[in-house]
Design a protein around this ligand. Structure first.
Ligand SMILES: [Zn+2]
Length: 240
């Protein structure tokens, strides 16, 4: 299950989330077990993308004090569905290339009005998809798909080698948020072979880096905070 590396990376991530609180309109709390499952599925599916649906856990509102600590000057209440609740269990919905992954298989679509609710059928409140060897910044197609999302969209970028037909693509704008135990590095194409490996996926790929962001369909960034199972943020000073 969740290892020390991920807990330390989550603590560093949260530290930046706290420092950046005035740059975001809302916060979203993700339990580290949920993050672990998504990372695990992502690694097992390389080099494909995956799409994961998540509903809010309506039995777990944000613990007292978290909003005060992590929201800032631009906070907006009522921005998205499920706001104020910790994310619930993740559901692996689809796997494929960057186009097909967003077209949800029939068994996940719960009624016949899917055409009015986008290619994903509006089955879940929140969605996260992986970006194999691409930065965690929404593409134009991602922004379009998000228009039917009632909650938030998230992207998990994963750098791996060998790159195959998908070299690292980072010529995009937008704010990037590395999930790392190191100081944030300014990656450049071609540096992949010199990067330390943080792990190896069961597919045989070496993993060099992860990044994760959340955003709202309006284009506003949402500040992601990684928590324990009770919704309490993982402490950056954690000393496992
Ligand atoms: Zn995407």
């Amino acid at each position: 299950m969740v290892n020390d590396w991920l807990l330390r990376a989550a603590g560093s991530y949260n530290q930046l989330s706290r420092e950046s609180r005035d740059d975001y309109a809302a916060i979203l709390l993700m339990p580290v077990d949920t993050l672990y499952s998504i990372i695990d599925w992502t690694f097992r599916s390389l080099p494909d993308e995956i799409l994961v649906g998540i509903d809010p856990n309506l039995e777990l509102p944000h613990p007292i004090g978290v909003d005060e600590e992590f929201t800032g000057a631009d906070f907006q209440s009522g921005l998205f569905a499920g706001q104020g609740y910790v994310l619930g269990k993740p559901h692996l919905v689809n796997r494929g290339d960057s186009f097909s992954v967003h077209h949800v298989p029939e068994e996940w679509i719960d009624d016949s009005f899917a055409e009015d609710r986008g290619s994903r059928g509006g089955r879940f409140t929140h969605w996260i998809h992986s970006h194999p060897n691409a930065v965690a910044v929404p593409s134009g197609a991602d922004a379009d798909a998000a228009q039917w999302t009632e909650g938030c969209d998230m992207i998990l970028g994963v750098r791996f080698s060998p790159e195959g037909s998908l070299p690292w693509f980072d010529e995009v704008g937008g704010r990037r948020r590395e999930l790392s135990t190191r100081d944030s590095a300014d990656y450049k194409p071609g540096y992949l072979s010199s990067l330390p490996s943080i792990g190896r996926a069961s597919t045989g790929h070496s993993i060099h880096g992860l990044e994760i962001i959340a955003f709202h369909r309006s284009g506003l960034g949402v500040n992601l905070i990684i928590t324990d199972s009770r919704g309490l943020p993982i402490n950056p000073n954690l000393n496992p």
